[in-house]
Design a protein. Structure first.
Length: 177
């Protein structure tokens, strides 16, 4: 890790995540028809929805192109979903421009080589515990959770707690994952 990440949490207004290896464990189940199936952790879904409900922005930038993944994310309220992104810096710049965001206001979580350029251009670079060494080397924070095992919730919860916005919600106003 390259810096004391805790001081960077205060600046975060938007979360950006990769999918495979971050929101999923990176494994693919291939159906007989050739469809690639993934599993996502409901705790990550709850955290993303809670962040959105509290005024944070959430974005997905992934090289994958599975419409089922997009549908799941749109169902959570994540409207900025970039699929088939092979130059993630292009999507990062588009997202920053669209929402008038500065690099220091962005947290990105990635796990593999295509994520390195983005990790080097955001205010808080994060990765799951099982990211590759090259990613870990450029990250400010390495989650104690693996990809697909609530590492997304880990970073969202930390930011929201620092901002005083992580509160237990019960009843009809609670986020559902």
């Amino acid at each position: 890790m390259k810096t004391n990440y805790k001081k960077l949490l205060n600046n975060i207004k938007a979360f950006i995540f990769d999918v495979d290896g971050v929101l999923t464990d990176g494994r693919l189940l291939i159906s007989d028809s050739g469809e690639l199936l993934r599993t996502m952790n409901a705790k990550d879904g709850y955290a993303m929805k809670t962040a959105l409900n509290n005024g944070y922005l959430v974005c997905i930038i992934t090289g994958g192109k599975n419409e089922g993944v997009k549908s799941r994310l749109l169902g959570l309220g994540v409207n900025d979903v970039f699929l088939d992104a092979h130059d993630k810096m292009k999507q990062l710049q588009e997202y920053k421009d669209k929402h008038d965001l500065k690099a220091e206001e962005l947290l990105y979580m990635g796990d593999d080589m295509p994520d390195v350029p983005v990790l080097e251009h955001v205010g808080l670079a994060t990765c799951p515990q099982d990211a590759i060494p090259e990613v870990k080397a450029v990250c400010d924070y390495i989650s104690h959770k693996k990809g697909g095992d609530a590492c997304v919730r880990d970073v969202i919860e930390q930011v929201m707690k620092v901002h005083g916005k992580w509160k237990v919600e019960y009843g009809k106003n609670a986020a559902s994952s």
